[in-house]
Design a binder for this molecule. Structure first.
Ligand code: ZN
Length: 324
């Protein structure tokens, strides 16, 4: 079975995230998770966002849950000595990210929605999103095998949605089959369906330590000069392969694409309000004018058709109850 519409209805917290029309319910807070104890380190290019070890992350998410943030996206940050050419560590059940998922699910059960990033770039020593072949190119199908292992490990830990951010062709179908074959029939897939090769990702690569050592990501991420047809094609492919949520990334510069895709697909649409967009606002505005700009931008995502909004602004906005 490729499509299981019940996945998005599985828990009340998933239903609130996806089907509520309010901006507050649509927000997802991203987190960067490192190994160790007591780590709570600011990311200089992203004011207010930190790298945290699991013990500190649990405290952060406890206070987030208290202010109404129930959906969380976790990214693993991995020490360089643990990286290799195949991102082997990323699919280890003993990894700190999987540990965080297990502990959060133990504490909150169905009250929390946990999304986990599934890609190779944070765990490869060359920083690329896939397995590199002898021509220094990313091998699509060899990469998919590794992505399936990572997705299964996250599903086993209890993730609500595995979030495939790699942009390999056909990976949603393979991840869906792997989940089915291993009995994870309520685990959702959020697909980064329309992900552009964008200069707006700069601060994130500092945060996740995932910059490629050579070359770029132009052979798998989309060309921003491409038309709506390719965005719709990628989204339809992922929809047919079994994605439960389709994402467009970045957000602010691509709201026209969000609307075009939303009008064509039958699955919920997410936007990722990326690190460069976040830093741009944080560095350009202060006080009340910053708040107003953020609220205006969040409204533009909804108007364009986003059901789910992944944003680094979530905590700040909800902690001061600015959405009413
Ligand atoms: Zn990647």
């Amino acid at each position: 079975m490729n499509v299981r519409p019940r996945i998005n209805r599985w828990t009340e917290s998933r239903r609130d995230l996806i089907f509520s029309s309010s901006i507050k319910s649509s927000l997802v807070q991203p987190h960067f998770v490192v190994e160790g104890d007591g780590v709570d380190k600011e990311i200089s290019s992203m004011p207010g966002i930190k790298r945290q070890s699991v013990d500190i992350l649990l405290k952060t998410i406890r206070s987030d849950m208290e202010i109404g943030i129930t959906s969380h996206m976790l990214f693993a940050v991995i020490d360089s000595h643990q990286k290799d050419g195949k991102a082997t560590i990323a699919s280890s059940d003993k990894m700190h990210l999987q540990d965080a998922v297990r502990r959060l699910k133990e504490e909150y059960g169905d009250k929390i929605v946990i999304m986990t990033d599934v890609c190779l770039c944070t765990a490869t020593d060359h920083g690329h999103c896939g397995i590199i072949d002898h021509d220094h190119r990313i091998s699509n199908d060899a990469t998919i095998d590794e992505l399936c292992k990572i997705a299964l490990s996250h599903a086993k830990a209890g993730a609500d949605y595995v979030s495939a951010s790699d942009m390999m062709d056909g990976r949603i179908n393979s991840i869906r089959q792997a989940l089915e074959q291993n009995g994870y029939t309520s685990t959702g897939i959020m697909s980064y369906s329309v992900k552009y090769a964008s200069a707006f990702y700069g601060p994130f690569r500092d945060a996740a330590d995932s910059s490629p050592e050579f070359g770029d990501r132009n052979s798998h991420q989309m060309d921003y000069r491409s038309g709506y047809e390719e965005a719709i094609l990628e989204s339809m492919e992922d929809q047919n392969e079994g994605a439960d949520i389709l994402m467009i990334k970045p957000a602010i510069a691509y709201l026209d694409v969000v609307r075009k895709v939303k009008d064509k697909v039958y699955r919920p649409v997410a936007v990722y309000n990326v690190s460069g967009e976040y830093s741009m606002i944080m560095n350009s505005f202060d006080g009340k004018s910053r708040d107003s700009v953020i609220i205006e931008i969040l409204n533009s995502f909804k108007r364009a058709g986003a059901d789910v909004i992944v944003s680094y602004h979530s905590r700040d906005i909800l902690s001061r109850n600015l959405l009413g």
